[in-house]
Write a protein that binds this ligand. Structure first.
Ligand code: 8GP
Length: 836
């Protein structure tokens, strides 16, 4: 067996069928063996978690041979494959078990094996898994979808990130408010990871630099760091869908370089020694729970540098293992920077090549640029990473020097090409000189990469016109668009098994591996009455399941026949959950006045976490819960309208949410949502979208047909124009009676036990500034919701639209996105020919 440590001869020892076999017999035997040998339990004493653990080990066993072979393709000498290093501070994988069963094709075999050992309930074992919440939202989940697609397309890849001990917090709702609870996901152990105690790297921090002359008499710099932490590799296999390739996710855990500082220990300063150890381990302790950067947090920069440095050192190690020279680094590695979080990679790769491996600057720079690609995920000014220079200098003194040199050369070049344009130089500089000096990480990523991409067509255009317009001017050839995608394995096959079975029965089983070309074969069935009935029955089932979950988690009883109108995503003002609330209050007012007999019954479901320090987002959660309580308690209104806030929305819960939706809410202010990926998951599961022309909504609408999409609101250009013309939300408030009534009801204390102050800051911000233009879009949204209700009253027409939405969104598979990255940005090819 080829190992990651360089041995490449095939093992004389063959694995037994019990370890590799995909049939029920082998799996049943393995379950019992693992129960005895790994857990030391008798079947009659095994708990549900024991069964989950031994099943997880049994499934992992079945991936290892493929994993070892895939790894060999990027570790052995004489292999030509170029591999992808996806560098990301977040990988929101979600639970592994179900996904592995789908990708290995052993779902039924496992069910059968379990029943042979007296365990009849696979779903309860699936439920045991603690989800690794190692991401905040879209960006982290995208990384996980891309890992699935890379493996499925047989592209060798390593996902590099951080093994946070505590992932995204668990959300509880108390008295309508969000409460954050620590996510102790490693509490019962993690059967999916393999610790590689032998793969460790030292990472320096702090200190100063010093010039010296090397043996050849060359003037060089070295970094005398203040401290060193050690990164230890933890590997998780990532199986492709029914292909031999099994890639890996390699996450770094921080440890003390020495577990005890013996000097301190010897002089009796035991506590100082232990403190050191604790301080080192802090680096990978917790995921920052913000979907925006935490201004000036040294630990955050330390996290970024820590995982980037370990990853690049590992990439160099693997290249050397393959017997390749360092000057061919870029021929064997494509490194993708998932937003600016890993952008320090540009300076770190330069440091490793120049300082540690004595390469000339120009050559190192060419390699760095050819290796790196940068994906931007946001245009929001407040979300752009900037580090105060003093903080940066304190932690990474050598990198500061390197970045100054990169900047000097870059700006020299610009000066020659655009003589006299000092403004341009200031705007492009890696250092923001205004106010306190800052390092602009998006600029570092842009200069150090050969490719820069946005995540949806509109987003990429706006990137070129606004945020990175100067970079676009000086290097237009660097810009690409790769519209996001999501994996149909998790988002259809795993989360909607009945729909998946129906689709397979009708169009064969190739669609899961080739969504882009196969799913459209459903289209003719959109008008087939029998098919429509089956489609409706599956949706109804999924809605019953979600209703059960909601009852269990919130106590609220909802009507499965009502229209399920769902908005799940992080809480943010630009995503405008509160626009949805304004509509609900408007409807509430209307239903209290007029008979509700003609109203189409609706259940409006919200879910999502707010950053713990984002007060307005937390207030919006409180508002949702307060309005929900009033509506659900009203004996008349609650007959036709229910509102639910589903606590702790995460990947696991979301498996039950997307398949149950009739209507998907994608209502961000145009120009603000880079892409969105929930929008794709909903549409794949047959939900219709109500949305603005924002992010990937634009492309989804074009794909599904304008008549099958509920569009409303200002365009990005109109938003900008209105802003420039001095937008006055108060005049809208004054002139729209229904809107005023809704806002006034919130202000009156009606939803807050008479407390008029509670929601005042929210109301004030809407009436006076309304940064996200809710009031400008309010009327259009309300009218659009009326069109939705009307459309829903014709169930056959709705079902036809639902089928068409699913049939036409094949291009939003992450397989398509990854093919584009491979072709346009990475220049990598599959290791196994794609026979599909
Ligand atoms: C998100 C974007 O907001 C979303 O539109 C897009 O679909 C997704 O990235 C994937 O491209 N951005 C983030 O999740 C994000 O910036 N998160 C980081 C700070 C954690």
């Amino acid at each position: 067996i080829a190992s990651d440590s360089g041995a490449s001869a095939p093992s004389p020892i063959a694995l037994t069928n019990v370890r590799t076999g995909l049939g029920a017999d082998a799996i049943a035997t393995a379950l019992i063996e693992n129960l005895y040998c790994l857990l030391g339990k008798l079947p009659q004493h095994a708990t549900r978690n024991d069964w989950y653990m031994c099943l997880a080990y049994t499934v992992r066993d079945r991936m290892m041979e493929r994993y070892v072979a895939t790894l060999a393709s990027i570790t052995e000498t004489n292999t030509a494959a170029k591999a992808v290093a996806y560098l990301s501070a977040e990988f929101l994988t979600g639970p592994h078990l179900g996904n592995s069963l789908v990708n290995l094709g052993i779902w039924q075999a496992v069910e059968e094996a379990l029943s042979r050992v007296g365990q009849d309930d696979l779903s309860s074992l699936l439920d045991q898994e603690e989800e690794p919440g190692l991401g905040n939202g879209g960006l982290g989940r995208l990384a996980a979808c891309y890992m699935d697609s890379l493996a499925t397309l047989n592209v060798p890849a390593i996902g590099y990130g951080i093994r946070y001990e505590f992932g995204i917090f668990d959300q509880a709702i108390r008295d309508g408010w969000q409460v954050e609870l620590t996510d102790k996901w490693l509490r019962f152990g993690n059967p999916w990871e393999i610790v590689r105690s032998e793969i460790t790297f030292d990472v320096k921090l702090g200190g100063r630099t010093e010039p010296y002359y090397d043996e050849a008499g060359r003037y060089r710099m070295r970094w005398l760091s203040e401290k060193v932490v050690k990164g230890v590799a933890y590997d998780t296999p990532v199986p492709g869908y029914r292909v031999p390739t099994t890639n890996l996710l390699r996450l770094w855990k921080a440890e003390a370089a020495e577990s005890f500082d013996f000097e301190a220990f010897n002089v009796g300063d035991y506590y100082r020694a232990v403190d050191e150890k604790i301080a080192s381990e802090t680096i990978s302790k917790v995921l920052y729970p913000n979907d925006e950067p935490e201004a000036g947090k040294q630990l955050r920069l330390a996290q970024q540098y820590f995982f980037v440095s370990c990853s690049l050192q590992d990439m160099i190690r693997l290249l050397i293992m393959r017997g390749k020279p360092l000057d061919e680094f870029h021929s064997y590695w494509a490194a993708q920077l998932n937003d600016t979080h890993p952008s320090i990679a540009v300076a770190e790769l330069m440091r490793l090549l120049v300082d540690e491996h004595a390469m000339e600057w120009d050559q190192a720079w060419a390699i760095t640029q050819q290796t790196c690609g940068y994906t931007n995920h946001t245009l929001l000014a407040e979300a752009l990473e900037r580090w105060p220079l003093p903080l940066f200098a304190r932690l990474l003194p050598r990198h500061l020097e390197i970045i100054y040199e990169i900047n000097r050369r870059f700006l020299n070049d610009i000066r020659l090409r655009y003589p006299g344009d000092d403004q341009l130089l200031q705007r492009l500089s890696l250092i923001d000189e205004a106010g306190g000096k800052h390092m602009r990480m998006a600029h570092l990523a842009s200069v150090g990469s050969h490719a820069i991409n946005g995540v949806a067509a509109l987003h990429t255009e706006l990137l070129k016109q606004t945020l990175l317009s100067d970079f676009h001017r000086v290097a237009p050839e660097k810009f690409f668009n790769v519209t996001n995608g999501v994996t149909p394995r998790r988002w259809i096959a795993l989360s909607n098994p009945n729909l998946s079975a129906l689709i397979t029965r009708k169009i064969g089983d190739r669609w899961l591996a080739d969504l882009e070309h196969e799913l459209e074969h459903l289209e003719p069935l959109a008008i087939d009455g029998d098919f429509q009935k089956e489609w409706q029955a599956i949706k109804a089932d999924n809605k019953r399941v979600l209703a059960g979950l909601i009852k269990e988690r919130t106590g609220i009883i909802i009507e499965p026949h009502s229209l399920f109108d769902i908005q799940v995503k992080r809480l943010h003002e630009y995503k405008r959950q509160h626009l949805n609330v304004l509509y609900l209050v408007t409807l509430f007012n209307k239903l209290r006045r007029v008979s509700s007999a003609a109203e189409i019954p609706r259940t409006v479901i919200f879910g999502g976490k707010a950053a713990p320090g984002y007060r307005m987002a937390k207030l919006i959660i409180k508002l949702i819960n307060s309005v929900a309580a009033a509506i659900n308690q009203d004996p008349v209104v609650s007959q036709v309208l229910k509102v639910v806030f589903l606590p702790d929305f995460n990947v696991k819960t979301s498996h039950h949410v997307y398949p149950a939706a009739d209507l998907s809410e994608q209502i961000s202010t145009a120009g603000k949502e880079a892409s969105g990926t929930g929008n794709m998951k909903f549409a794949m599961n047959g939900a219709l979208t109500i949305g603005t022309l924002d992010g990937a909504n634009v492309e989804i609408r074009d794909a599904v047909g304008h008549e099958n999409f509920f569009l409303f609101g200002l365009t990005a250009a109109e938003v900008e124009r209105l802003k420039a013309e001095a937008y006055t939300p108060r005049s809208i408030y004054d002139s729209n009676a229904e809107l005023r009534e809704a806002i006034d009801l919130i202000s009156s204390g009606f939803f807050s036990n008479g407390d008029r102050g509670l929601f005042q800051s929210l109301v004030e911000s809407l009436i006076t500034r309304d940064d996200y233009m809710l009031l400008a879009d309010y009327q259009a949204y309300v009218e659009c919701q009326q069109r939705v209700s009307q459309a829903y009253s014709d169930q056959n027409a709705w079902t036809r639209m639902s089928i068409l939405n699913c049939a036409r969104v094949g291009r939003f598979s992450s397989d398509r996105s990854i093919r584009e990255y491979c072709r346009d940005i990475w220049n990598v090819r599959p290791i196994v020919p794609d026979e599909r």
